[in-house]
Write a protein that binds this ligand. Structure first.
Ligand SMILES: Cc1ncc(C[n+]2csc(CCOP(=O)(O)OP(=O)(O)O)c2C)c(N)n1
Ligand SMILES: [Mg+2]
Length: 320
């Protein structure tokens, strides 16, 4: 039996709630002394809408805001927290902090904290797929920010993907900010799609806070890649509702801008849509939110109880 549209949205809503609770907890752990974290609070619909359109055989490369991508892909919060706290049950045995998590078992090839680093590697992963490595028919999705799109490597990646006809989905989460610089100080307003189209790549620009719009655009892009093996590009217009990293208070952000985007919080929008469709009453919402927070509390307890790696093993599985 296939899921109804309301069932799909409800399932996606639960994932959005889990991501939000996880990222809020990562900020709190950072406040208590854990490594810094770059949360994607406000951008969750991008992660869930796109990753829900992929299959298990596909590969994903992401950037420093990767917790949402990990959870949307089915990562266990227990293992994310264990990783961040440096424990052996983490996805990388406690070596990576929040900014470098890879999870081979989930097809997450890497989290790159070097802005644009994911763009330098993604064409290679897609080329390997095209050459017959990995599962037949698999594609690669690469998530990056509007700041990365201002780097030269962006054009190199798009050029090679177009020239070599790689099965690669470019996903630009245009969250309006590049650390502490507003993107309109570094690029013309409609530059991202114009650049992608300039490389001859089919491009869609959609409201990244509307999960239905994101999911529908991602499904059509993925279907097109599987059909003709050529790259596709998504620009998801969204907003980073929290600071650049853990304890940034966003003092540099215009209050009206923040107020506007808070009113377009993707969780709020989906909750309204589900309520209107009769798929989510206040009681069920409270229960789902409670479930997400309980799961996160249990995950932190698991991570805190996980052992530290043996000091003698610390240089193992570390690459420079
Ligand atoms: C090559 C490089 N330059 C600068 C930095 C410092 N830095 C980290 S995140 C960031 C902003 C990136 O902006 P964007 O690509 O839009 O991603 P966002 O943080 O908005 O998700 C910068 C400049 C870095 N990590 N790597
Ligand atoms: Mg950005």
């Amino acid at each position: 039996m296939t899921e109804s549209q309301t069932q799909t949205l409800l399932r996606q809503f639960e994932t959005l709630l889990l991501i939000r609770a996880c990222e809020e907890q990562l900020v709190e752990l950072n406040r208590q002394g854990a490594p810094d974290t770059c949360s994607s609070i406000g951008q969750e619909a991008c992660a869930v809408g796109v990753i829900d359109a992929l299959e298990a055989r596909d590969r994903i490369l992401t950037n420093h805001r990767s917790a949402a991508h990990l959870i949307a892909r089915g990562a266990e919060p227990e293992r994310i927290f264990a990783e961040v706290l440096g424990r052996i049950d983490g996805y990388c045995g406690g070596r990576s902090g929040t900014l470098h998590i890879a999870a081979r078992e989930l097809g997450i090839v890497l989290t790159s904290t070097i802005v644009g680093g994911e763009l330098s590697l993604a064409p290679g992963v897609a080329l390997a797929q095209k050459m017959g490595h990995g599962d037949p028919g698999a594609i690669t999705a690469v998530f990056f920010g509007d700041g990365a799109a201002c780097e030269g490597i962006f054009h190199e990646a798009l050029n090679l993907a177009a020239l070599w006809q790689l099965p690669l989905l470019f996903v630009c989460e245009n969250n309006q900010w590049q650390a502490y610089v507003h993107r309109l100080e570094t690029m013309a307003d409609a530059a991202i799609t114009a650049w992608a189209e300039g490389h001859g790549i089919a491009t869609q620009s959609v409201d990244g806070n509307d999960i239905e719009a994101v999911h529908s655009a991602a499904k059509s892009a993925v279907a097109a890649i599987r059909a003709d093996g050529r790259p596709q590009f998504l620009e998801l217009r969204t907003y980073r509702l929290r600071g650049h990293s853990g304890q940034d208070d966003q003092a540099y952000v215009n209050a009206d801008e923040l107020r506007y985007w808070r009113s377009r919080d993707p969780l709020l929008l989906l909750r309204q849509r589900l309520s209107e469709a009769g798929g989510l009453d206040a009681h069920t919402f409270a229960a789902l939110q409670h479930d997400a927070h309980t799961r996160i509390e249990q995950a932190v307890a698991f991570a805190q109880a996980s052992p530290w790696p043996d000091a003698a093993s610390l240089t193992e599985q570390v690459y420079a």
